[in-house]
Design a protein around this ligand. Structure first.
Ligand code: XMP
Length: 500
């Protein structure tokens, strides 16, 4: 890059309007890469929640995947805890539960009630010693049964549950369960308020279970980001800290969908070495590497074997990297620079624009610059799904949002993101409050809606077309004009005026 070129960020540019054909639809889905089994990893909505300890744990990752994006579980967790969180997301939805928790003919009603409470399940198969189906314990089997608590569950279970063969619910295309077929079976079996189908072999031995909740979720979350087995997809962050490969092995075993190397200095031997170690052990496991902002950094990571490259040094709401080190690049130019370099030699490598989104219009600008998807921290911090309590600060409901390079976060482990493991840490980020924002669903509704407005105004029907939209640099006066002006805000709109 020319050393005297001007670096631009989202506020420095506008996208020019284009021709909109009547009846045009806007498809905002994006192909990130192939998953480790060779299936396409597509986000129906191009959003990732940041790998930060005040943004993404299992609850956020489940919500993100249900809405069509993907969450990256942060690395300030012990390996065991991070693996547990990944498993929680992978178990949240299923086509078929392969080894459902079950009880047997000697289990009491009390024990079954306790198991239901502990596991949070409302349908538990009752099996004999050969795993043959005897019945199904459901909530009414244990409700108000205190007087009969010591009796066997067989006395109050549903004795004629709906039992089907695997072939009856299997998809013709894949060997996996087709929830559409399961839905029809539920529809034809309305007796007993059936909430689970039991799948058995020819000897009535239980193979698996399909819950009506999983079928209902198809309708509730039609854009969900799922793997071929119908499980929500999830990503996990890893660092360049020593022994990371042990963490990687366990995450891969837990069937994480994407590994995201979380480093503020992606153009480094630490990151390249980690990519090659992962690729040596797990050649098809998709790896996101970063962060970089230069062509050289991007090509370095591509050569090291990265499948996706993450861009951003210092644009984040909580970042102080550019101020404390003087290093970084405004985000629109950074994404453009990296995308242009990859286009020439590695056009299949997707770019993720990480950080710096202040308005929903910035999403379209990131796509125009060359991003395939956008990672956000601030946008999702403060929601119900973000870790941490909602507190009252100066009379308003808020949640803590902190940089992974803040002293507080680095003390919890994220120092290796900044290649710092010593006792005296140099801060790269701040700790602050963001307003309480309600649910992630509402936030994604606004960001996806904003992106669709960008597409309408440019006439683009998909993200590849939007990428080709024209843009121009604007002056400071132009940026000021872009905001509402000469008027006092009467009330807050849902998509304007919250970020300052
Ligand atoms: P937003 O603007 O969406 O940015 O809140 C989230 C991204 O910021 C990065 N990040 C940091 N960068 N110091 C930094 O310089 C930090 O302490 C820090 N913590 C997170 C990260 O890439 C995240 O996705």
């Amino acid at each position: 890059m020319e050393t005297n070129a001007i670096a631009l960020t989202y506020d420095d540019i506008v996208i020019l309007p284009g021709y909109l054909k009547r009846g045009s639809e806007s498809d905002i889905s994006t192909l990130l890469c192939k998953d480790r089994d060779g299936h396409e990893l597509i986000l129906k909505k191009p959003f990732l929640s940041a790998a930060m300890d005040t943004v993404t744990e299992a609850k956020m990752a489940i919500a993100m995947a249900r809405e069509g994006g993907i969450g990256v579980i942060h690395v300030n967790l012990s390996t065991d805890e991070q693996v547990k969180q990944v498993k929680k997301v992978k178990r949240a939805e299923n086509l078929m539960i392969s080894n459902p928790i079950h009880v047997n003919d000697t289990t009491t009603i009390k024990e079954t009630a306790e198991l239901m409470q502990k596991a949070g399940f409302s349908s538990i198969p009752v099996l004999d010693k050969d795993n043959k189906i005897l019945g199904l314990a459901v909530r009414p089997s244990v409700r108000f049964q205190e007087e009969n608590f010591e009796k066997a569950i067989t006395t109050s279970m549903v004795k004629n549950p709906v039992i089907v063969r695997l072939e009856e619910v299997q998809s013709e295309k894949t060997s996996f369960v087709d929830l559409g077929k399961a839905k029809r079976i539920f529809a034809n079996n309305t007796q007993n308020n059936t909430k689970a189908l039991l799948i058995a072999d020819e000897n009535n031995v239980l193979i698996g279970m399909i819950t009506s909740k999983d079928v209902e979720n198809l309708k509730t979350f039609p854009f969900a980001c799922k793997d071929i087995q119908g499980r929500l997809r999830v990503a996990a962050a890893i660092s360049t800290a020593p022994h990371t490969m042990e963490r990687v092995c366990l995450l891969v075993e837990a069937e994480v969908d994407l590994l995201v190397i979380d480093s503020s200095q992606g153009h480094s031997d630490y990151v390249a070495d980690l990519i090659s170690s992962i690729k040596k052990e797990f050649p098809t496991m998709p790896v996101v590497a970063g962060n970089v902002v230069t062509a050289e950094g991007a090509l370095f990571l591509a050569e090291a074997g990265a499948d996706i490259i993450k861009v951003g040094v210092g644009p984040g709401a909580i970042c102080s990297t550019r101020k404390i080190s003087g290093v970084g690049l405004p985000q629109f130019s950074a994404v453009k620079e990296v995308h242009a370099a990859l286009q020439r030699q590695y056009p299949h490598i997707a770019v993720i624009a990480d950080g710096g989104i202040k308005n929903t219009g910035d999403i379209g600008k990131a796509i125009v610059a060359g991003a395939k998807a956008i990672m956000m921290g601030n946008a999702f911090a403060g929601t119900d799904e973000a870790p941490g309590e909602t507190i009252i600060h100066e009379g308003a409901k808020v949640k803590v949002y902190r940089g992974m390079g803040s002293i507080d976060a680095m003390k919890n482990g994220s120092g290796s993101r900044y290649e710092q493991d010593g006792k005296t840490l140099i801060s790269h980020g701040i700790v602050g409050f963001v307003p309480y924002k309600g649910t992630v669903t509402d936030i994604i509704f606004q960001y996806a809606g904003g992106l669709r407005e960008t597409m309408k105004l440019t006439g683009a029907t998909n993200l590849a077309e939007l990428k080709r939209a024209k843009w121009m640099q604007i002056t400071n006066a132009g940026e000021l004009e872009s905001h509402p002006h000469d008027i006092k805000l009467a009330h807050q709109e849902p998509n304007y005026g919250t970020s300052k």
